[in-house]
Design a protein. Structure first.
Length: 130
């Protein structure tokens, strides 16, 4: 009788542990989004940097994902050209590592940067000496 009770108890504990493991494995990972760098880069330019993207049209979109470190890190290269109404061009390039921006390069080759809210006068110079 005691042997049957031990076997039944071991079976119930194993079933409980197995069900807990399976329920944890089936929970979706929080924070993983379905948005790619192509979706995130314009939002970063307008919301964080403050560019007024309504003054530009986006052309020459470039996007290339790759995987590094044995597939553990998804690296997304994203770039495009912003063309203003006067024909000026601003080149934008970036890399995102697992959905987070690693670097962003904004290069106004023949165009100007139009901000939604103008930065304070000489703010870059003031930051150099702070």
């Amino acid at each position: 009788m005691m042997k049957n009770l031990k076997i039944f108890g071991t079976f119930m504990i194993s079933l409980l542990v197995f069900s807990l493991v399976m329920s944890v494995c089936s929970v979706p990972v929080v924070g993983v989004s379905d948005f790619s760098a192509k979706d995130k880069l314009p939002a970063l330019l307008s919301d964080v940097i403050g560019l007024d993207l309504s003054k530009y049209s986006i052309t020459e979109e470039r996007y290339k994902p790759r995987y590094e470190y044995g597939g553990a890190v998804e690296v997304e290269y994203c770039g495009f050209t912003l063309v203003d109404s006067e024909g000026g061009e601003v080149s934008v390039m970036s890399e995102f590592y697992n959905g987070f921006p690693e670097w962003v390069l904004i290069s106004p080759s023949t165009g100007s940067l139009y901000y939604a809210i103008n930065p304070p006068k000489d703010s870059v110079e003031k930051m150099k000496y702070s």
